[in-house]
Design a protein around this ligand. Structure first.
Ligand code: SF4
Length: 506
């Protein structure tokens, strides 16, 4: 009553000594260590208030009495906050000193303690019973962007910290490589609490489907919505028993090739590894669900220059190859000639294939079509390709878009054959696919055939690539993710460009 009840209504009846001893935490002589006691409501304010009123001002004798009388006393077994260790007051003098301190520095007239000032008793911080907020989604690593060794390390560390067996990490990796799960909730051989814990620690996030367009020839184009509002495209191209997936590595492109709609639409941002791998996973799942069969080949020929985003593309190559079991020779990286990227790709042990967007066999004309030619001239580019070729077992393909009157002059044929012969390249002749930014037209079929036959006579393997998905703007050079803003550049075709062209039908 002395500490709690004064002036607050009628006094409560005091417990007898036997009743007090029946309370578990006051049966011992020293009541300051009571680890098993639990507060009933888990209320930090109640807890702090009790500390102040019942403990902080009490010596050992007062404390025991306070506990036995306390209206906040613990209820054994009730859920709540564990009772912490409370600093011991070892004498009545200390107790009186605290009482003075808590009375604002004035000496309590009923106390007999010393008048020297003392430091206030340290208050226990109320325990944090509010669950930690979920971290920002972007702070959680996306498992799709981790290479196999990184994934194993992250999952093993996570499950080890949670006291789970080692095989849990293997279970998650199996679900991921199968490619069917959309979230941790689908991993049904994991305990529910482990799925929840994975969701709080990691992300499993693929790009969202914005639009799916299907061409009359079976080509399917996906428009993917990314974080931040960017959109990119990927294309599924069926051909016989093969299903090739063309994926994007950048939102837009900064290299501004004149024949390419992506270049005209400007640069948005680099894609992350997870966004690149996510395109593969989501496209492959779509193909399985729509009876198109498994994806057999992947080409980095969608939006963007992959070797200008090596930080994301190179791990993605490892993940597709080692994580999803796509053979390295079934993965092709296409470039307009980023020499450091070609050299870096050559240093990798896997035999990924390389496609060079050549489009003109002389530097002067090539610079008109591909501005990057000014930075990495054709001769240096050929030296890098020869280095790539010396690694052995890796095929190089030349992509040659045939534009009527621009780069289809028969005078260019010997030079094209010579370049291809130097690196044993296969030449793909691609009729130009119309885009809204230039008024160019594809070369006549006879001229394209003449190029193919001329190359074959020179001992170079060549083929004409049939346009696929033109009716849905999914053909080569047409990807522009139409929701992206267009640049307002006007087409520029210099007289030098025309000099090599022929507008006559062969
Ligand atoms: S061809 Fe490739 S590098 Fe050139 S603008 Fe298009 S996406 Fe970019």
């Amino acid at each position: 009553r002395r500490f709690h009840g004064r002036g607050r209504g009628p006094p409560r009846p005091r417990r007898s000594l036997e009743q007090a001893r029946a309370i578990p935490h006051v049966q011992k002589d020293e009541p300051s260590q009571i680890p098993s006691a639990v507060y009933p409501a888990g209320d930090p304010n109640l807890f702090a208030g009790h500390l102040q009123r019942c403990f902080a001002r009490s010596c050992r004798a007062h404390r025991r009495r306070a506990l036995s009388d306390c209206r906040h006393r613990s209820v054994s077994g009730a859920p709540g906050v564990p009772y912490p260790t409370v600093p011991r007051g070892d004498s009545t003098t200390d107790c009186l000193r605290r009482r003075r301190t808590f009375s604002g520095g004035k000496l309590n007239p009923r106390s007999k303690g010393r008048s020297t000032p003392v430091a206030p008793a340290r208050r226990e911080r109320p325990p944090d019973i509010v669950p930690a907020n979920l971290p920002n989604p972007t702070d959680r690593p996306n498992l799709l962007g981790l290479t196999p060794p990184e994934l194993a390390e992250a999952l093993d560390g996570h499950f080890q910290a949670r006291g789970q067996p080692r095989y849990r990490g293997g279970q998650v990796r199996e679900w991921l490589s199968a490619g069917d799960v959309r979230g941790f909730g689908d991993m049904t051989n994991l305990p529910l609490r482990e799925r929840d814990a994975l969701g709080k620690r990691f992300r499993l996030e693929e790009p969202g489907v914005d639009t799916v367009s299907e061409s009359a020839d079976g080509t399917v184009k996906h428009l993917w919505a990314l974080r931040g509002g960017e959109v990119v495209e990927s294309v599924l191209i069926p051909a016989g028993d093969r299903l090739t997936l063309c994926i994007s590595s950048q939102a837009g492109c900064a290299l501004k090739c004149r024949f390419c709609a992506t270049g005209w639409s400007g640069f948005g941002r680099q894609l992350s590894t997870a966004e690149i791998v996510g395109q593969y996973r989501a496209s492959a799942r779509w193909a399985r669900e729509h009876a198109r069969g498994p994806v057999t080949n992947v080409v980095f020929m969608g939006m963007g220059e992959p070797l200008a985003n090596r930080k994301a593309v190179f791990p993605a190559l490892s993940i597709l190859n080692a994580g999803y079991g796509l053979g390295a020779r079934r993965i092709t990286v296409s470039t307009v000639g980023v020499i450091p990227g070609i050299e870096a790709l050559a240093r990798r042990p896997e035999q990924f294939r390389l496609a060079l967007s050549l489009h003109a066999p002389v530097s002067e004309l090539r610079a008109e079509l591909i501005p990057l030619e000014k930075r990495y001239p054709l001769e240096q580019l050929m030296a890098a390709l020869e280095g790539f070729n010396r690694k052995g077992g890796r095929r190089i393909t030349f992509e040659y878009t045939m534009i009527r009157g621009v780069n289809d002059d028969l005078q260019l044929l010997p030079r094209l054959a010579e370049l291809a012969g130097r690196v044993q390249a296969f030449v793909n002749l691609i009729p130009f696919n119309p885009i809204p930014y230039v008024e160019w037209k594809p070369s006549f079929a006879g001229r394209i055939r003449a190029f193919r036959e001329g190359l074959e006579r020179a001992g170079v393997l060549a083929a004409v690539r049939e346009p696929r998905g033109r009716d849905i703007d999914a053909a080569c050079g047409q990807l522009r993710a139409s929701r992206r803003p267009d640049l307002t550049r006007r087409p520029v075709i210099s007289e030098r460009g025309r000099r090599f062209g022929s507008s006559e039908s062969p």
